[in-house]
Ligand binder design. Structure first.
Ligand SMILES: Cc1cc2nc3c(=O)[nH]c(=O)nc-3n(C[C@H](O)[C@H](O)[C@H](O)COP(=O)(O)OP(=O)(O)OC[C@H]3O[C@@H](n4cnc5c(N)ncnc54)[C@H](O)[C@@H]3O)c2cc1C
Length: 383
């Protein structure tokens, strides 16, 4: 067992942290306040190697793993969880193409996506409910050389800016009459395909979230990803591993923000003639946030390492996502408490951390869904 990052990983982390400090930190509060999606930063992240970090070099990436991918996300989310949300969903769609797409699809889409000149998305959730994946109603019918797609997706990250979105559609039914699903890439500009309303979110602002509407959208037959009927397994694998790892990384980045801001404030705020860092009550808050941050990191990087070793890690990702999100919500509140009245002043980031942490609750599956997955695994393994 080894709890250390390699020297190469530490160097990468320093490069990501430096970029985040220079390019993201000074703008994060404005992106949040003005609800700006900073698309211009994507090519810069592409140049740094972040977007295609897990993609083989032949498709424009740098051929590392998910450990390095979530490391970059943690550094981005430390300053802007909203931007990290845009980056992770971009990578989520890319992962589906990389893991299940044809050679032509990988060559067509991945280089531009690694470069950040084409944004990707992955759309499963519908107004009828995100947790009930089998209840999706968006349908695709093969007519000649095209899939004709009809339906509506909601809460989709990068909805209005994606050049290509990986969409799950109902394409048939099994012998018991239950829907079977397939995965199709729809490009921006496709006739009959358009974004709908854009949500004005509580947190994770700096990423776009909205509807996608398909009204007899005609998509070339060759845009099918994987096999007909493989749609939900593709979505569940990518959301279950890449998606939950990313949400855990974003929540871990928020936790580090809480920790660093609480410590800084506690050292600078003088009450009774001394810094509040000397008060035991304040020290307890800081100690609790630190424990949560360290535990969230251990869970996150263990799950990422398992994935990089090619081992199944679905319950580990669910535990990491559930724990880190819950911890970020309670610790953003503690950070506000440490700051007293200043905690609710928008000049400080603590309020944004709380809104962003709450924004993490449902993306990648809610806490209840993670607990169902962890419980199922636990009942099997601990009987
Ligand atoms: C910021 C943000 C970004 C997102 N980005 C994307 C995206 O890019 N692509 C995408 O496809 N989706 C995306 N989503 C949607 C997200 O995946 C869904 O919100 C999530 O799956 C929950 O679905 P829902 O919101 O419809 O809630 P519902 O499924 O309606 O759930 C409502 C409540 O019921 C509970 N519940 C549901 N089923 C069960 C059960 N079996 N047992 C116990 N409790 C249950 C839930 O835990 C929750 O508390 C995003 C969401 C957000 C907030």
């Amino acid at each position: 067992m080894n709890f250390h990052f390699t020297e190469e990983q530490e160097l990468l982390r320093s490069a990501f942290a430096e970029f985040a400090k220079e390019e993201i930190a000074p703008n994060a509060a404005r992106w949040d306040a003005e609800n700006i999606t900073p698309l211009d930063i994507m090519p810069k992240l592409g140049e740094l190697g972040v977007l295609g970090i897990f993609v083989p070099e032949e498709y424009g990436g740098i051929g590392l793993g998910h450990t390095e991918r979530v490391m970059a996300l943690e550094e981005i989310a430390r300053h802007s969880a909203g931007l990290a949300m845009m980056v992770f969903t971009h990578q989520l769609g890319m992962a589906a193409i990389l893991d299940f797409g044809s050679e032509e699809q990988k060559k067509k889409y991945l280089p531009d996506m690694c470069a950040g000149t084409c944004i990707c998305g992955l759309a499963v959730t519908e107004p009828g409910g995100g947790s009930d994946v089998a209840g999706q109603k968006t349908a695709a019918v093969l007519e000649g050389d095209s899939w004709v797609v009809n339906g509506r997706k909601c809460f989709i990250t990068n909805s209005h800016c994606a050049g290509a979105t990986v969409i799950t559609c109902r394409t048939g039914e099994d012998e018991k009459g239950r829907g079977t699903f397939s995965t199709i890439i729809i490009e921006k500009g496709t006739e009959g395909f358009a974004p709908g309303r854009e949500e004005n979110k509580l947190g994770l602002r700096g990423s776009m979230t909205g509807e996608l509407i398909m009204n007899n959208a005609r998509v070339p037959k060759e845009n099918l990803v994987g096999e007909v009927g493989q749609g939900n397994p593709i979505a569940m694998k990518e959301i279950g591993e890449v998606g939950r790892a990313s949400m855990a990384a974003i929540a871990t980045g928020i936790l580090r923000g809480c920790l660093e801001d609480a410590v800084k404030f506690a050292n600078e705020r003088i009450v009774y003639g001394k810094p509040i860092a000397k008060l035991q009550a304040i020290q307890f808050h800081v100690a609790e946030i630190r424990c949560d941050y360290e535990a969230a990191r251990l869970m996150l990087y263990r799950a990422a390492a398992l994935k990089d070793e090619g081992k199944p890690a679905s319950p580990e990702f669910s535990m990491a996502k559930y724990f880190a999100t819950d911890a970020a919500c309670r610790d953003a509140r503690k950070c506000i408490e440490v700051m007293g009245g200043y905690g609710v002043v928008n000049e400080y980031a603590a309020g944004r951390y709380l809104r962003d942490a709450m924004g993490c609750i449902s993306s990648g599956g809610t806490g209840e869904i993670q607990k169902l997955i962890v419980a199922g695994d636990t009942m099997r393994k601990f009987k």
